[in-house]
Write a protein of this length. Structure first.
Length: 300
């Protein structure tokens, strides 16, 4: 396992263990203090454990090399895990909304348990802030879109915890309608997060790629290779944690096969060096004609 893979694995493990700790903290204190909003936020943290755990297992599965039965590797295993986890999270969110209307009213008050309930949310906000910075930094450093997505989720969790903090404080002050409202809001947010995970996973499985800037980056570096007359086509194929690029280039039609082969390999190396997420590049070489467009001027 490379240093990059070890660092990504540690980051995923940290997310799972941290959210598991927050789940226990909030469910125990929320139950003892009679805070429905804190219990709901504990369920939210449990959904984060499922999400982070699914992402971690999916990443490990996706990193397995190709074999006789999986010619393009196991990259889509991450997307499949994302869909399954997303459906579980959606179920949790809907269940939380339903129980918010049918459960017992909050009984949290200004006592030791009430103060602990407030403290639990303060701790959550601080921990989520640190976790968001960690995942975002490693996501940028190792070009991991999955870690960047988890960083975004951690930042949204900070806002959710701030909402719960206000709800608990309001309930202690006598505004007991705030906690049920907060619990419903958290259930809706959990459902939305789950649906977003399902959508993201389906997009990968359906080969959807919307990063036009990355495509242009590939084009720019490919066209800079000596001997490339034109870029005829570029297709980006998401494979979980990494990408595969299939492209067609035009070269001088009078050169021999060996020279064209060397140009194709130079294009592969240039593209992979420019975009580390691209693990595979397949280049088809076409003979340029007098009507061929100048290098870089062709569109997909």
């Amino acid at each position: 396992m490379s240093e990059r893979d070890r660092a990504i694995s540690r980051t995923h493990r940290t997310g799972v263990l941290t959210n598991a700790g927050l789940t226990v903290l909030k469910l125990v204190i929320g139950g003892l203090a009679g805070s429905r909003a804190l219990v709901a936020d504990g369920v939210h943290s449990l959904s984060d454990v499922l999400m982070n755990g699914g992402a971690w297992l999916g990443w490990r599965w996706a990193e397995r090399p190709r074999d006789a039965d999986h010619h393009y590797g196991h990259g889509n295993g991450e997307a499949l895990a994302t869909v399954v986890v997303g459906l579980i999270v959606v179920t949790v969110g809907i269940g939380l909304v339903v129980t918010s209307f049918t459960g017992e009213p909050s009984t949290v008050s200004f006592n030791l348990l009430g103060i602990l309930a407030l403290a639990a949310e303060v701790v959550t906000i601080a921990v989520k802030f640190a976790l968001a910075r960690l995942t975002a930094r490693h996501g940028r450093e190792y070009d991991s879109s999955l870690l960047i997505a988890l960083a975004r989720d951690n930042r949204s969790d900070m806002l959710t915890s701030a909402l719960v903090l206000v709800a608990i404080a309001g309930t202690i002050a006598g505004l007991r309608w705030l906690e049920p409202v907060a619990a419903v809001a958290i259930g809706v947010l959990i459902t939305i997060e789950g649906l977003r995970s399902v959508w993201d996973g389906i997009n990968v499985l359906m080969d959807r790629h919307t990063d036009s800037a990355l495509t242009e980056r590939v084009r720019t570096h490919a066209v800079a290779v000596a001997g490339v007359r034109a870029i005829d086509d570029i297709r980006v194929h998401p494979l979980g944690t990494h990408l595969r690029v299939d492209m067609e280039i035009s070269v001088d039609g009078t050169i021999d096969v060996a020279a064209g082969h060397a140009i194709a390999h130079a294009v592969e190396a240039a593209v992979q060096l420019a975009v580390p997420r691209i693990h595979e590049v397949a280049v088809h070489v076409n003979p340029a004609t007098n009507s061929s467009a100048p290098a870089g001027s062709r569109t997909n």
